[in-house]
Design a protein around this ligand. Structure first.
Ligand SMILES: [Zn+2]
Length: 197
């Protein structure tokens, strides 16, 4: 059995560990692809590809007709939305946290994806109070927002900074973020959702 040296990891490997006519081994190739994918997923074009793919899958799962627009048409729509660049920049600032990722939801959940029935958002569960505040322009995009729920998940209030939430709930200063993370969303007797940590 023949072997050769991978150009990337410089290890001698069995010929089976290489694709046809490849100088880089399969393990290294997969690693490179993963990095490339992640980089692409974090671009505007990558977001569009992901959203459009998800919409097609969701439509089939729901038994709805496929989106009435092409990927190119959706791109034209999304990239010209007033809020898109602000949402995108905020997502980058938030370290690509999924909560802040620009996404699209339907205004009427019973209707399929059409350009008339979609809107740009960041969270899929857009029934949160914070979301409506966002839409009314009450909150700034780069604020750290803490949303408080009862342990049964009932919405209680939105704080426009972690500090306010800490003061109001007698939580030691600067411990909210870590506490919520450690408690898997539960801290000081409440459920929390923190935006832009
Ligand atoms: Zn290698």
């Amino acid at each position: 059995m023949s072997s050769k040296i991978c150009r990337k990891c410089i290890k001698r490997k069995d010929a089976n560990d290489f694709g046809k006519h490849r100088a880089v081994c399969k393990t290294c190739t997969n690693k490179i692809k993963k990095v490339q994918n992640r980089r692409y997923n974090r671009t505007k074009e990558g977001i569009l590809t992901r959203i459009y793919g998800d919409q097609k899958k969701n439509s089939i799962r729901r038994g709805h007709p496929l989106p009435t627009y092409t990927k190119e048409e959706l791109g034209k729509w999304i990239f010209t939305q007033k809020k898109f660049n602000a949402l995108f920049d905020r997502w980058v600032r938030c370290g690509y946290k999924s909560d802040a990722k620009p996404s699209i939801d339907r205004k009427n959940d019973n209707k399929p994806y059409t350009l008339e029935n979609i809107r740009l958002t960041t969270w899929r569960d857009n029934n949160l109070k914070a979301y409506s505040d966002h839409r009314k322009g009450k909150l700034k995009y780069d604020q750290k927002i803490a949303i408080k729920f009862s342990l049964t998940g009932k919405y209680i209030s939105t704080y426009t900074s972690y500090r306010k939430a800490e003061e109001d709930n007698n939580i030691p200063r600067k411990s909210l973020s870590l506490g919520v993370k450690r408690g898997n969303g539960v801290y000081y007797g409440f459920m929390w959702r923190l935006i832009c940590k």
